[in-house]
Design a protein around this ligand. Sequence first.
Ligand code: SF4
Ligand code: ZN
Length: 380
Amino acid sequence: MPISCSICDGKAILKRPKTGDALCKECFYYAFEEEIHKTIIDAKLFTSGETVAIGASGGKDSTVLAYTMKELNQRYNYGLDLVLLSVDEGITGYRDDSLETVKRNQIQYDLPLKIVSYEDLYGWSMDSIVKQIGLKNNCTFCGVFRRQALDRGAMMMKVDKIVTGHNADDIAETVIMNVLRGDIGRLRRCTAITTGTDGALPRCKPFKYTYEKEIVMYAYFKKLDYFSTECIYSPNAYRGFARAYIKDVEKIRPSAIIDIIHSGESLSVKKDVRLPVQGTCERCGYMSSNPVCKACVLLEGLNRGLPRLGIGKTHKERRKADEAEKAKKAAENLNSEDQKSCDNSSDQSNNRTCVSSCQCSTDISKLTLNSKPDVSKLDF
Ligand code: SF4
Ligand code: ZN
């Protein structure tokens, strides 16, 4: 006997992963979109007249985000100017293909698109970084550079806000990872729906409560054009374990994803716990809890042939580099007292690369590890 849609009594064709409700396609679309609208309204994410950049990778999350943002903006008159913003990490055989999807989305959704590349911003593509450092820690470089690249692209486009496709599963994974690492500072911030409000460009996550499985279903039934291959450099084992754990508990208890997010939101930090103090990088002005931001340290490591600089918190190479930097500054001070015109000295050339390529501010971007829709799980 056919199962009826729990909203309209029509023929149900799927079971919602989040609630277990049997729904027809149209009622699923409606429930999915209305929940995102409610999230946007409850959190007051936007103000009419704002220009909002949608971080677009061509993957399922950002493609569904672009589609639903455009729909809801029209349906509910948000009054937003939407644009697509992509980062080209320079990964041959992966990002070049996914950017082709974004270019098609640009035409399909009739939205302006800007692409910023690591090569242009930092002088290094991920292909060249991996050639130098191998496949260990490559995601650290990529994540830190992408965070800044997205901000810099957004500033070039003069947008007011960035939205990213982080979904509920991603946020639950991050909560678990931060618990396992004991990273209280990040644990406190990682469930915020908007970050970067303290001076830099705000970033919002309209999919904060949206399940990944439902995003896949939505993209599949709507036949959206998205890219579903994994990055060729993706050894991100730590997140992979957190992801596998979340998927396992979700099988037993689907509400576990939202429950983990709520647990993260409700955590309070004891008064005597020392949290990192946010300041700005003395080289590039980007937000940083250290005198020099992580991107500048990583870039310096690449440019000086010390790729392990900045990997780990107190790595001895960083200490060595700090000492070398201090010695260099002391020598420069001595020289400048004797000889006042050293502006173009070769000693400053390392810094020049960094300073000219790092002029931004703000927060985190997304590791879009796409997965193919498992269509067998979509129907009853
Ligand atoms: Fe960058 Fe993601 Fe690929 Fe790692 S898996 S190299 S973070 S695109
Ligand atoms: Zn910096």
